[in-house]
Design a protein around this ligand. Structure first.
Ligand SMILES: [Zn+2]
Length: 294
């Protein structure tokens, strides 16, 4: 058993069916997590709401100690940024009150990422963005729904400016639990977001070799994801404060280790950066359990 993993939570695993090759599948990930005594895992998928997969596992393996949860990334193949889509995800399960535990704004179909990927103008215009004057009516309705259900708002891959506008609006509409993927943010952005009491997520993917290879993520086009150096990661975690940080693997792609091994490697690397076990516990146990209410 890998010591760091006991009682830990990896909220970000891409082991669901995909358009490119995976290193594993949902059943194997569950087996590895259970064998390593992990507390919980979260499934993420750019193509569908994962709460259905999570409920299937729970129904068929009622004796699992491991908790498993899913949610919705509002990418176009998963129904897009729509109130109806978000609402349906909340009840998508074999069980009562067991749908999406998080709702995420798009990860790849955002204007911010599309511009970075040098997509064509029509593609960019169709992508989600947050206007300077604040979220649209549809986005605000989704935020109200997240607030009402008290589930997690994941801000997706927006620009720093858009993320701040979205978080501000979410807070004013009563959203309490917010997770901000922060791998590509600067210390200044993190400082600005800190006043809103959000959690900052950092993932193994962004310090791994997967950032050196152009990969297909949501369609046929291959793109590199901008990685970060471990030294930068250290600075960002320190700025955010480990009490507000969540570490995840973001593994599942075939070129990275299987998710439990990627997560273990990441925890080890962060530990070697000088963070204490007490701080690590916040980042891999306490915060995720609190945020996802698992
Ligand atoms: Zn991901």
């Amino acid at each position: 058993m890998l010591s760091f993993l006991e009682n830990s939570v990896d909220n970000h695993i891409h082991c669901c069916p995909h358009i490119n090759k995976r290193s594993t599948d949902i059943f194997e990930v569950v087996e590895h997590a259970e064998n390593n005594k992990m507390y919980a895992i979260g499934l993420m998928d750019n193509f569908s709401n994962t709460s259905g997969y999570a409920s299937l596992i729970k129904k068929h393996f009622p004796d699992l100690n491991l908790k498993i949860f899913g949610g919705l990334i509002m990418e176009p193949p998963a129904g897009g940024v729509s109130y109806e889509n978000a609402k349906i995800s909340l009840g998508y399960s074999y069980f009562e009150n067991d749908g999406a535990k998080f709702i995420s704004f798009p990860t790849h179909h955002t204007r911010h990422i599309a511009i970075q990927e040098q997509r064509n103008l029509n593609y960019i215009q169709d992508c989600f963005y947050v206007p300077n004057e604040g979220p649209t009516y549809e986005t605000s309705k989704i935020l109200e729904l997240i607030a009402k259900k008290n589930i997690v708002l994941n801000t997706g891959h927006l620009s720093p400016e858009e993320t701040i506008i979205l978080v501000k609006a979410a807070k004013s509409l009563g959203v309490e639990k917010i997770l901000v993927p922060s791998n590509n943010f600067t210390k200044t952005t993190i400082e600005k977001l800190k006043i809103f009491n959000v959690y900052f997520e950092f993932s193994y993917f962004f310090v791994s070799k997967a950032t050196e290879v152009p990969l297909t993520h949501v369609d046929d086009e291959r793109h590199k994801i901008r990685g970060i150096k471990l030294k930068t990661l250290k600075d960002l975690i320190k700025t955010a404060d480990p009490k507000n940080v969540i570490l995840s693997s973001d593994c599942g792609v075939s070129i990275l280790p299987k998710p439990h091994l990627g997560f273990y490697e990441f925890i080890k690397q962060v530990h070697e950066l000088g963070f204490t076990m007490k701080e690590i516990d916040y980042m891999i146990k306490t915060n995720s359990k609190k945020l996802f209410r698992i």
